[in-house]
Design a protein around this ligand. Sequence first.
Ligand SMILES: C[S@@+](CC[C@H](N)C(=O)[O-])C[C@H]1O[C@@H](n2cnc3c(N)ncnc32)[C@H](O)[C@@H]1O
Length: 268
Amino acid sequence: MIEKTAKPFLRWAGSKKKLLPILNSYWNNADRYIEPFVGSARFFFHLNPQSAILGDINLDLINCYNVVKTKPLELYKKLELIPRDKDTYYSVRNSDEKAMSHVDQAARFIYLNRLCFNGLYRTNQQGKFNVPFGGIKAGNFPTKEDYLHLSDKLKGVKILNLDFEKLIISNVKKGDFIYLDPPYAVKNKRIFKQYDPTNFGTEDLERLFSLLDYINSKNAKFLLSYAFCEELEEQASKWNSEVVTTQRNIAGFASKRKKEKEFIISNI
Ligand SMILES: C[S@@+](CC[C@H](N)C(=O)[O-])C[C@H]1O[C@@H](n2cnc3c(N)ncnc32)[C@H](O)[C@@H]1O
């Protein structure tokens, strides 16, 4: 029997593992699930939606989802061939992914993600991944069975490399369930957007707030999770909201896990 849930194949900052029971309590078995800030897709893999759209602005990440979906065994075999040690990590990190096939690009991305410090995604001004080695223990690679299972879960799922606003405006329809889990916005992030489009600024947060009205006007449901902060208080009072305490994995080590407050805002 095929397991209904799956574990993400990536480590991802802001992954919602600890929040799953709360998120789950909002799930209404909608016909279609949409997640425009997909990251490691923790909630999607936990659910078993009939149909789904997953999106992210990170092109390398979206390429990974497409390769896991369509070529899981080829990908697994490539990953098995790369030695897991510090020297190889840095030579993989220095390799030029632009010259590679999509499968090699995905293998490189997953390899670096599993072995980098904290599962962080960070690039330099030239757009090159620059996170240091995190140690062998950092990376538990998915098995062959995991990849086959993940590929199965992604069958029929539309995977898009788009900005969240474009994805929602061009897709949302009545009855959709949209889970929004944006990065935490920091002032002046616009400047850094030039070389890293995944940077999320306060102006992006304003675009997101307008979208909540848009989604609601389409008779679709949204669920937004976001760090407890002043900027969100007005939105929280406008919609249904609760504040929950969750354990956030700040630095990937048990000693650095902090309890944090999180807003859950929805029109459900
Ligand atoms: C907090 S993470 C999502 C974590 C995810 N819920 C999980 O379980 O791993 C936020 C994601 O938003 C993406 N992102 C940042 N800006 C975006 C934008 N303008 N449009 C779409 N995705 C964006 C980032 O690349 C990142 O993967």
